[in-house]
Design a binder for this molecule. Structure first.
Ligand SMILES: Cc1cc2nc3c(=O)[nH]c(=O)nc-3n(C[C@H](O)[C@H](O)[C@H](O)COP(=O)(O)O)c2cc1C
Length: 410
């Protein structure tokens, strides 16, 4: 149960009703609260994967196959989990991954996530598919490390407009997501009527009414504050409403993208560039060839190609191919400090979480997201202490006992 990627229970756990984010002692607790607070249509969109959820489950299961081998009596009273990436020092070796439509889970959730990340001293990646215009993030959270995630298609004009906006707004890095050449088969969205354009179903309305805290605190508050949610970054001229047909068009023509387009992005984006959705040594080398500064090893949290390997299984081959030259981020399935430490031991520079902080948002807004980051921070610290390391640089393969057969290439 504790490791179940989908928690269809209510927020009873261990005979205890967990109601408030301050009562959450791990990410799964936040998940339970989120589950109880959200209408099914929203919960499914956040927590589910795609098709048969094979990758969603595997993303969690791989962590159990990698074990930690501790050293003892080494003196771990000087522990620090700080990590420096391209000259910027972060308080923890993890950050917040881009998640579109985060405003479904909490009022003004994108700004809340950015604030929580800034307070924790970790990076925040804003999704192209956010409900807030990208400029608000850098204006309202200028003390944070804010990166912008780009969804682009072969319509390069639209991409260029967004890149220019992100540059002018002061985003420090661009993260281009490449693992959606075609849309995923999210059958639950169809069943729930959560499609583009959005179809309001009677069942969804009743479900919304049965979740009054969400209905008033998130949905109606958002409507009153800024009207029907818009994907404000998709096209600076359109700003299409999530119920409109133009949103469907936004997804077209991604299937024609290739590495030449990434080289074009590189030529017009002046700051750090990361390519997200890299799952092989060959593609990591391509990213290096076009001049990227790093990669996100990611299967999109099990939300795209069902059956795709976990980033953990391909990390060793990516590290062997470009480690030491490119920054290597990993995401998909991380819920515990031990998970994060295992990825660092395999050679990841940092780890990113998507759902963990969304569960926090749904459970308690910005404070809930901060709770998620605090829990992870505490767990990383405890893991480092029990493992016998003082610094992130000391977290190496020596800390792991590996079943080599589980990796694509060692
Ligand atoms: C609700 C939701 C929305 C997401 N939206 C985006 C997005 O807009 N852009 C993107 O690159 N990745 C998106 N992702 C994927 C995340 O960036 C990240 O790869 C994934 O969530 C990591 O897995 P985890 O949720 O198990 O931590 C989304 C994930 C979720 C759960």
């Amino acid at each position: 149960m504790a490791n179940s990627p989908l928690l269809y229970s209510n927020s009873f756990q261990y005979g205890v009703l967990i109601m408030h984010y301050t009562e959450a002692y791990n990410i799964d607790d936040l998940h339970r609260i989120a589950r109880s607070r959200l209408p099914k249509v929203c919960y499914d969109f956040m927590a589910e994967g795609t098709e048969d959820n094979v990758s969603l489950r595997n993303n969690r299961e791989v962590f159990e196959r990698i074990r930690l081998q501790p050293r003892t009596l080494v003196g771990v009273s000087h522990r620090t989990q700080q990590v420096t990436v391209h000259g910027t020092t972060f308080n923890s070796p993890f950050g917040i991954a881009p998640t579109g439509a985060a405003g479904l889970y909490g009022f003004d959730a994108d700004v809340a996530l950015a604030r929580a990340a800034a307070k924790a001293g970790v990076p925040f990646v804003l999704s192209t598919a956010s409900f807030v215009p990208l400029e608000r993030i850098t204006q309202e959270v200028p003390d944070g490390t804010n990166w912008f995630q780009l969804y682009m298609s072969k319509e390069l004009d639209g991409a260029e407009k967004l890149i220019v906006r992100a540059r002018d707004a002061g985003f420090e890095a661009l993260v281009v997501t490449t693992d959606i050449p075609v849309g995923a088969a999210r059958e639950y969205n169809k069943r729930n009527g959560f499609e583009v354009p959005f179809k309001m179903r009677l069942g969804s309305m009743i479900d919304g009414a049965l979740h009054p805290r969400w209905m008033c605190g998130v949905f109606l508050r958002t409507l009153l504050d800024s009207g029907v949610p818009r994907l404000q970054n998709v096209d600076s001229n359109v700003g299409g409403r999530i119920v409109s047909k133009s949103m469907a068009d936004f997804r077209q023509k991604r299937d024609a993208l290739n590495w030449a387009d990434m080289a074009w992005v590189r030529s017009i984006w002046p700051r750090k560039l990361y390519i997200k959705g890299i799952m092989s040594a060959a593609d990591a080398r391509e990213a290096e060839r076009i001049g990227a500064d790093g990669v996100f090893v990611s299967n999109h949290g099990g939300r795209q190609l069902d059956g795709a390997v976990s980033p953990m299984e391909v990390l060793p081959e990516v590290v062997a191919a470009v480690g030491g030259r490119l920054v290597i981020m990993a995401d998909s399935g991380f819920r515990r400090g031990t998970d994060i430490v295992k990825a660092l031991a395999l050679g990841a520079t940092m780890v990113f979480v998507g759902r963990a902080t969304l569960f926090g948002i749904a459970a308690g807004g910005e404070a809930g997201a901060s709770r998620a980051l605090d829990l992870l921070r505490g767990e990383v610290d405890r893991t480092m202490g029990q493992l016998g390391v003082n610094r992130v640089a000391e977290i190496t393969r020596e800390c792991l006992v590996l079943d080599e057969a589980m990796f694509t290439k060692m």
